[in-house]
Design a protein around this ligand. Structure first.
Ligand code: AMP
Length: 228
């Protein structure tokens, strides 16, 4: 999909799904397809950890254990990001909200700006497959393109297909043991949000076990429909 489709009103999209469902991958594609801005609280928290900020220091051990960082830290970090001017183009929330409290806080934040959630899209996948998907993944350190030991190697070993970079990184929490903890946290604290958004009439469910390009097309069709 080469063209960037411009949406008439700024969309607020939420991608829901367990670790490994493809939220980050699809959020990056929605950025390309619609000019939306991806807001990943996981990325924002990892940046805070790397920068050694107070929030980062408080979040680090919790993230390494595969548990959820407290709502106050996450909300402060998200609010800072949402104050940047680029979010006016519309946003894709990736990995947020993850608790009832975060969902309610998001509703409040949006209401103050005269906005609401356009759609919450649940990427439905098989849990056991997620352990394998997440455990083998890594990204280009320069451009963030995603790869996988088994499913998606660069065409030329050691060189990023997208930018030619030669340094790659793996997340500290992408190991089988921590992924199982993250899946538990997802089911206990985040999966109930599916019903929360269903009750508000903004839930969309998609089968996310298929090919990345097929899921991209399905998502694009949903975004066009809900933004019309
Ligand atoms: P992610 O990159 O979305 O897989 O998030 C990685 C880790 O960051 C999670 O396992 C949590 O420890 C933390 N995290 C990210 N987003 C949130 C959130 N919305 N609420 C609480 N913790 C979060």
């Amino acid at each position: 999909m080469a063209d960037t489709t411009t949406l008439t009103t700024p969309a607020v999209l939420i991608l829901l799904g367990p670790p490994g469902a493809g939220k980050g991958t699809q959020a990056r594609m929605l950025e390309e397809d619609f000019g939306l801005v991806q807001l990943s609280t996981g990325d924002l928290l990892r940046a805070a950890v790397a920068a050694g900020t107070d929030a980062g220091l408080r979040a680090k051990a919790v993230m390494e254990a595969g548990q959820l960082v407290s709502d106050d830290i996450v909300l402060a970090i998200l609010q800072d990001r949402m104050a940047q001017p680029d979010v006016a183009r519309g946003i894709i929330l990736d990995g947020f909200p993850r608790t009832d409290g975060q969902a309610a806080a998001l509703d409040g934040l949006l209401a103050r700006a005269g906005q609401k959630v356009t759609a919450a899209i649940s990427l439905e996948v098989d849990d056991e497959a997620m352990v394998g998907r997440v455990s083998g993944r890594y990204t280009c350190a320069a451009c963030g393109e995603g790869y996988h030991d088994e499913f998606k190697q660069p065409a030329q070993a050691g060189t990023c297909d997208k930018c030619g970079g030669t340094a790659f990184k793996r997340r500290a929490d992408d190991n089988a043991e921590t992924v199982r903890e993250r899946l538990k946290a997802y089911h206990a604290q985040t999966a109930p949000l599916i019903a929360y958004y269903e009750a508000r009439g903004v839930l969309e469910r998609i089968d996310a076990m298929g090919a990345i390009a097929d899921i991209r097309r399905t998502l694009a069709a949903i975004v066009e429909r809900v933004s019309a």
